[in-house]
Design a binder for this molecule. Structure first.
Ligand code: UDP
Length: 404
């Protein structure tokens, strides 16, 4: 039986996504590890204990447990986490040497990559990494990261036995910005749980949410921070011809700039005179989001950069067209003018024109949503787990990449 140690230092798969440091990566780790466990892989996810009231080991299902490792005070900010990498690594090492041994390590995000890198050398184990975001990619989108993060990622890339990317577009982008790594690059597309995210009755969904049935509704889902572009969603709403359209923003402040971004949005909403057309909804449990998607005429994803864009896939699975920025993984997810629209340069007027078109041509929009749904069916967590199992099997029989 394969045994994998999944490392997710900075955020727990048990945390509610949609605000703070919790988003797509939490969903990715939880769903993917669950699929691996169901396929018979023995999975232990290591995350940092960030609250006093969680047990050290939480057994999620057969073959799948989350271990909370004590490293630093509970309430550390994300920017402070590099200081606890050594302590966290020591905690994981104790478990690997004790009750939860592993044959392969799978790190998520660069902080966990630092941990896996150390453990690889200490225990002679192969490691795979999914970065989720990369400093050079963020810099290209206008969100530069400090040099030390860039250097840390370079070190990890120079020793990783495998780098898992979400789509071909991310692989191309990775090779352009980082060159060919010594380890292999493996495309493992994230997915959506189709049992929950499926087309449904729009009127019923709107009734459930208390949203007017006779006004167009545009939906934004995600962490509120500049990278995600909620301001573009508000500007697009204000630029729509349909002045009765409303915007629902589901999610909460995230990251160092999150609270400032919420203030900025509030200001923008007043400045553009759309106060009575925007509704903020606090982060919602993941599976409940399907009701929000079903209620929407269209979902906007105006991110500056996006390694994949789970929200776009979830909307598609619910049969709702997406209007998204033409960046990163969204280029793979949205087939322009077929399953949704891609917008260059995050131009609010262009977003607005596509949104108006969808609202004013409901039959064409429904056909687009239908095609989006069909396409989403290619993305299953089971398929992602199959690819990872093959990758893990391969890594355990190959020579380890020599550290660059
Ligand atoms: N999400 C959620 N509840 C919320 C808001 C978001 O469960 O209130 C989930 C959403 O369904 C998606 C994830 O958070 O699965 C966000 O992933 P995405 O890839 O779109 O963005 P990221 O957070 O990775 O930047």
């Amino acid at each position: 039986m394969q045994r994998v140690a999944v490392i997710s230092l900075h955020t727990s798969p048990l945390t509610q996504p949609g605000s703070g440091d919790s988003g797509g990566m939490n969903v990715y780790v939880r769903e993917l590890v669950s699929s691996l466990a169901q396929a018979g892989v023995e999975c232990t996810t290591f995350t940092r204990a960030d609250r006093p009231d969680v047990p050290e080991v939480v057994q999620i299902e057969p073959n799948h447990r989350v271990v909370h490792v004590h490293a630093g005070p509970y309430d550390l900010r994300k920017e402070e986490l590099p200081s606890v990498i050594d302590e966290f690594t020591a905690g994981v090492r104790r478990h690997l040497d004790g009750e939860f041994p592993a044959d392969v390590l799978h790190a998520n995000y660069w902080l966990s990559g630092e941990v896996a890198h150390r453990l690889k050398h200490e225990r002679d184990l192969p490691f795979a990494i999914t970065f989720h975001t990369l400093a050079r990619v963020k810099a290209e989108g206008g969100d530069p990261e400090p040099d030390w993060r860039v250097e840390a990622e370079d070190r990890i890339i120079g020793c990783a036995d495998a780098i898992s990317v979400n789509c071909d577009e991310e692989e191309r982008q990775f090779r352009r910005l980082y060159g060919d790594p010594p380890g292999r690059i493996e495309v493992v597309a994230p997915a959506v749980e189709h049992a929950f995210f499926a087309p449904g009755d729009r009127r019923g969904a709107r009734r459930a949410l208390g949203v007017a049935a006779d006004r167009p509704m545009v939906l934004f889902v995600g962490r509120i921070q500049p990278l995600k572009g909620p301001d573009v969603a508000v500007r697009a709403l204000a630029a729509m011809r349909r002045t009765d359209a409303q915007l629902l923003v589901v999610g909460g402040a995230s990251g160092a700039d999150g609270t400032r971004e919420v203030g900025h949005l509030e200001h923008l909403i007043d400045e553009l005179g759309v106060r009575d057309r925007v509704r903020f909804v606090p982060p919602q449990p993941h599976h409940i989001l399907s009701t929000y998607y079903r209620a929407a005429d269209a979902v906007v994803v105006p991110s500056r950069s996006e390694s994949f864009g789970l929200v776009a896939l979830e909307a598609a699975a619910c049969g709702v067209p997406v209007v998204a920025s033409a960046v990163g993984g969204l280029l793979s997810l949205v087939d322009h003018a077929h399953t949704g629209y891609l917008v260059a340069d995050r131009d609010p007027d262009c977003f607005a024109a596509h949104l108006d078109h969808l609202v004013e041509h409901p039959l064409a929009a429904a056909a687009m949503g239908h095609r989006a749904h069909e396409r989403s069916l290619h993305y299953t967590w089971g398929m992602a787990a199959v690819r990872l199992r093959r990758l893990y099997a391969d890594l355990t029989v190959r020579e380890l990449v020599a550290c660059r």
